[in-house]
Design a protein around this ligand. Structure first.
Ligand SMILES: Cc1cc2nc3c(=O)[nH]c(=O)nc-3n(C[C@H](O)[C@H](O)[C@H](O)COP(=O)(O)OP(=O)(O)OC[C@H]3O[C@@H](n4cnc5c(N)ncnc54)[C@H](O)[C@@H]3O)c2cc1C
Length: 421
């Protein structure tokens, strides 16, 4: 078959890799000018680095298997990293169960309840059954009001803003249940996975075309070819098409009406600074900023997991956020936004100075995080679409697991198996 794939992220590239090996003619149309989508990379001192902080968990089987298949296992290492929580002006260690049981903002009884409820989430196997419950209500009941106020609510608010009270407990269960303490990273960056997938596609006779933003998909005759048009005026015909772009981009390309299931799910955008600093800024790999007055959710010092020597001695600090697309943090000029973040970074490290930042990068993704309310599950669109030749495999179909590269790889493999073989 002559197959078109829309989107060169983890889903689209994995599917393309599998489909060329099945002997199909494959073309991937990518709107941006780089590979990897949300897991795409920039370069710091010659080393690829993800635009948004990325690591994997020991439970990310599908991605670990793909890494192995691409011959990249020697680069994969799991690290014991450190986590902190900033609460009421102070940094607290939160890396191990012992740190959690010592966490000063909670009383001993609160800590025991927090520990027991977290252990229960690890033990519960079918957390999907918690779908109809709201996460905040569940944690208030089982972890206690104080742990909910100090730990869970700021985390949910940082990720989902004003929608935090509506988030489903099935999603929070999956986040706790599938995560491991050790975090995996590929020496040299995850970009190697996407570059290896591209190489495999090209070696198999396929290709990736960049700068091809989808504008329409039609299949006038259900037995005929699928017609794809891109914003630069190109027109393509395929026997079958796999669409991996966010739901709203697909809805727009098909002209789906406003009450269509494709229009129902909502997404937040993500913004992220990569600060290349001449020294360390925080004493952790991951710092949750549990203070709703802050304009950002997390600070991740990547070089507290991977040595700065990998990046020419630079200390890599991510400052990240999930926000609506009309929020000032999404729309403000990045240089101005960085200036506005400085006083807040100084609250985390009073010595912090902009002169420490030798270079910086800013990325913005409009559709980065679906808003996973209890109604969400019923709004997930099927892989089959109104056109028999068009299959949809997109991040919003991953639920209740939090999105992640491994789930995208598994999704790609599932739809290839189910609809293209
Ligand atoms: C801040 C942040 C942190 C994350 N951290 C982690 C982590 O630590 N570990 C982990 O495993 N995962 C993490 N993820 C999630 C991970 O990046 C995603 O789950 C995964 O990359 C999604 O891949 P995808 O192919 O499904 O979608 P995408 O990456 O969104 O790929 C879709 C592709 O389609 C393209 N596209 C979009 N619109 C159009 C259009 N109209 N026409 C043509 N092309 C288009 C995009 O440019 C993109 O390349 C994180 C994500 C974010 C935002």
């Amino acid at each position: 078959m002559n197959i078109g794939i829309i989107g060169a992220g983890a889903t689209g590239l994995t599917a393309a890799h599998d489909l060329v090996r099945d002997g199909h003619d494959v073309t991937v149309l990518e709107g941006a000018d780089e590979l990897g989508g949300l897991a795409g990379s920039l370069t710091v001192q010659g080393t690829p680095l993800e635009r948004y902080y990325h690591h994997i968990f020991e439970t990310d089987r599908a991605f670990i298997e793909l890494i192995d298949e691409l011959g990249l296992s020697p680069e994969l290492r799991f690290h014991s990293t450190t986590t902190g929580i900033f609460h009421e002006g102070a940094l607290h260690d939160f890396s191990t169960p012992v740190d959690m049981l010592r966490f000063p903002p909670l009383t001993l009884w609160d800590r025991v309840r927090f520990g027991a409820s977290s252990a229960a989430l690890k033990a519960i196997r079918q957390g999907e059954r918690l779908n109809d419950q709201r996460a905040l209500e569940w944690v208030r009941r089982w972890a206690g009001r104080r742990a909910a106020d100090v730990i869970w609510e700021p985390l949910l608010a940082g990720k989902f803003g004003t929608r935090a009270p509506e988030i489903s407990m099935a999603w929070l269960w999956a986040r706790v249940h599938f995560r491991t303490f050790k975090l995996g990273y590929l020496d040299g960056g995850f970009d190697q996975v996407y570059t290896a997938l591209l190489r495999s596609v090209e070696d198999g006779g396929g290709k990736v075309e960049f700068g091809k933003r989808l504008s329409s998909i039609t299949q006038p005759d259900p037995k005929g070819p699928v017609e794809v048009r891109t914003e630069d005026g190109s027109r393509y015909e395929y026997d079958k098409v796999l669409v991996t772009v966010p739901q709203p981009a697909f809805a727009q390309a098909t002209g789906a009406p406003s009450d269509d299931v494709l229009r129902r799910n909502e997404y937040l955008g993500a913004t992220c600074f990569v600060l290349e600093c001449d020294r360390s800024v925080i004493p952790y790999y991951w710092l949750n900023v549990n203070d709703p007055s802050f304009p950002f959710l997390a600070v991740v010092e990547h070089t507290n997991m991977i040595p700065p020597a990998e990046y020419g001695g630079r200390h890599i600090v991510y400052v990240g956020n999930y926000v609506p697309r009309d929020d000032w943090r999404f729309t403000t000029d990045p240089a101005e936004l960085l200036e506005q973040y400085v006083p807040w970074l100084r609250r985390l490290n009073p010595d912090f100075d902009l002169s420490w930042v030798k270079d910086w990068h800013f990325s913005r993704a409009p559709f980065a995080q679906p808003v996973v309310t209890p109604d969400y599950r019923a709004s997930i669109p099927p892989h089959e679409t109104s056109m028999p030749g068009v299959v949809l495999a997109t991040m919003s179909q991953i639920y209740p697991q939090d999105r992640g590269q491994s789930y995208s790889v598994a999704l790609a493999r599932k739809v290839v198996q189910q609809y293209f073989r």
